[in-house]
Design a protein around this ligand. Sequence first.
Ligand code: IDC
Length: 351
Amino acid sequence: MNTSGKGMSVRALSIIGITCFIVCVLLIGCTRDSDTRLAVDKDGKTVVERYGRLQVIGTNLCNEAGQPVQLRGMSSHALHWYGKYANATVLKWLRDDWNAQLWRAAMYVTEGGYMTGRAVKFKMIDSIEAAIENGMYVLVDWHVHRDRNPNIYKKEAIEFFTEIAQQYHSYPNIIYEICNEPNGDDVSWSGEIKLYAEDVIAAIRQYDSKNIIVVGTPSWSQHVDEAALDPITAQTNIMYTLHFYAGSHGKELMARAETAMDKGLALFVTEWGTTLNSGDQFYPDKVMPWLSFMKKHNISWANWSVNNKGEDSGILKYNADKEGKGNWKESDLSPSGIFLRKILRNEIKVR
Ligand code: IDC
């Protein structure tokens, strides 16, 4: 009798033990999710309040405590065309309804941007102020694109970043992105981009010794492997830009990214699209492997982009939210917008 009673209790104990173990695993899983994937947590703390000053350790972006983090959020379209969304109301909407932790403010250098209209700088300032107000991180993007070689406007870039660093160095929200997409066969990493980067980084570091600086890489930020052969070693908290458009880029680019990480580079996908690199057509199925890849490697990202131009990569339908007020209904969103919102809200699971 006694023995069988003992047998029962051992069995009962082991069932209780296993159940506790499963519950603990689930709880740890959920805690990890709520810690790493919420713009605002259940206690009302914003991501910047929780993570503080970011730092690069090895190939990882880490919080102030040294734990790897993955930031996820949205990019603006060109601030001089669609700067109406660069305000605290839209960012709050992106934070609270979309669960976005990050805003990328894309300030084009040419194509009607900074070089021909310095007033666009105030859209950048609005973005930074809105991000600070909402406890979000903000990528301050010097959007080299058609101008190809960042050295052409290096003097202006140095002036611009010096001013931003002087004004905002005390805010952990700021992430400097010093050249979006250098491109062209004559614009190599060691011959052009690295030299530009070293000068701009030195200018920023005069005032801001800590905040992360992300450096563009050759061929529209698709050759992180070339930067990995000759990285910037004089400074810390440096990351490298990787860009992809899911309809155009797949395994080959992921392999290049892995090569770079194996060599010790920390990567940041400051821009990616659900479309072809032209911005057309929508490829949700081709996005999923990329999202898994970025989750696996803890690579932070911003999706292109918040606009109502009617392009497939834009999250708003043509002419929706003409004034930049946020408060979007599902009927305001493009297919890409509906998809992105679900990804950010963790309603589509990324494995
Ligand atoms: C595109 C915009 C488009 C605009 C064009 C101007 O989506 O509306 O007319 O710029 O040059 C990038 C660039 C980004 C591009 C985007 C899509 O960083 O500026 O935006 N893209 O083509 N790199 C790869 C794709």
